[in-house]
Design a protein around this ligand. Sequence first.
Ligand SMILES: [Zn+2]
Length: 191
Amino acid sequence: MVELRRIYWSRQALRLAYSAAVLWLAASVVLALVPGTNAGTGQLTSSVSDIFRGMFDAVLASAALPGLFVVAPTIAAVIIHAQDVRRRDPVRRFTRQQRREGMTRAGGQCEMEAGFKRRCSRPAEHGDHFYPWSKGGSTSLQNFVAACARCNRAKSSTIPSPGQQERMERRRRDYLTPVGSVSVGERQPLT
Ligand SMILES: [Zn+2]
């Protein structure tokens, strides 16, 4: 799966942009509420409602720009999610044949990463979608990874990092027969 690097890093960048914008927004609101930082607080105000209106205007004015920067990645995330849903493989469960082949390929041992970036030593119990099914991962032998219950649960529907993919392919070179392909991961086309 060659496009994993691009998918992984663009989603990480989006998450980072969103977090930064939320922090900026929060800081802007707090600063707008600190007395003396906005114009008008030095003057004598006539009533409580004037004070609150002044605070509201100050918050609105300073939150507008960071607010836009929060909205933009949110819209991008909604579009990405909709595309993931459209990509979903109509078949979610691996066939008996795929499970048998995938488990044999792994020698019945979990293929996931345990501590110190080594292969997990527990027996495999589940067939896992390497690229998550919910995000458009194919229900294919190419995307099949043998996993123990604990690793399967821990991974859930997170997109693996390019590093994890690289290391799994490197580990597979040690236990797969020369004819078997070590490459892992497959995503459905956008239809
Ligand atoms: Zn495991």
